[in-house]
Ligand binder design. Structure first.
Ligand code: SAH
Ligand code: MG
Length: 196
């Protein structure tokens, strides 16, 4: 397991795959343990790095993870098999915005896919959260660009930074959820669903 994780870190750095920062995944794993979270939905698997680490927190933790890139999906499947987590992790090869989830509800949703679509992911998947469930989002600092979008020259980058800034405002103003922001790794938010 430890070896596989190191192998994945190396592979990600070699192939420029944006896996979660160590502080952030440590924070999330602690959160899972402390809050007794059992079933998790992840949007954006990449090669399954955060997926496998979240699933490893306790024996009865299960993760469904969605990835739209075929090569990454295949790599993720391979890694899930390598650590023997086939029964704990369900890897779905599809665009998350097109996935049809039925029935199942989750204790935690981890949003870590296309940064420009965070609000869309949140609005779509909030219905699949158990009462008192939580939505955690990664990369809210977007490598330091967030909060400085007007100074960014690249139009593409500026657009993404603006979308994350808008997502942060959306979370702050959202009455259904109580959101806290954490300055760990590339920036995390933790949005807990309020009871009606
Ligand atoms: N959670 C991973 C990193 C994910 S990187 C980790 O920390 O280890 C983000 C991934 O989201 C990319 O692999 C990208 O292909 C995928 N992605 C982006 N938009 C998506 C979408 N709409 N549906 C499914 N996957 C998406
Ligand atoms: Mg991330």
């Amino acid at each position: 397991m430890k070896e596989l994780i190191l192998e994945m870190e190396e592979y990600a750095s070699l192939k420029n795959i944006p896996i979660i920062e160590k502080d952030s995944i440590a924070f999330i794993m602690k959160y899972i343990k402390k809050n007794n979270i059992k079933n998790i939905l992840e949007i954006g698997s990449a090669i399954g790095y955060s997926t496998i680490l979240m699933a490893s927190v306790a024996q009865d933790v299960t993760v469904t993870t969605i990835e739209r890139d075929e090569a990454r999906y295949m790599e993720c499947l391979k890694n899930v098999k390598k650590c023997g987590f086939e029964k704990k992790i369900n890897v779905v090869f599809q665009d998350a915005l097109e996935v049809n989830l039925t029935g199942v509800k989750y204790d935690m949703i981890f949003i870590d896919a296309a940064k420009g679509q965070y609000t869309k992911f949140f609005e779509k998947f909030k219905y699949f959260l158990n009462d008192g469930g939580v939505i955690i989002t990664d990369n809210l600092k977007f490598h330091g660009y967030v909060g400085k979008s007007s100074e960014i020259e690249s139009k593409n980058l500026r657009g993404l930074a603006e979308k994350i800034e808008a997502y942060i405002e959306f979370l702050k103003n959202n009455q259904e959820f109580e959101t806290n922001f954490y300055d760990v790794g590339d920036g995390l938010s933790v949005s807990v669903k309020k009871n009606e």
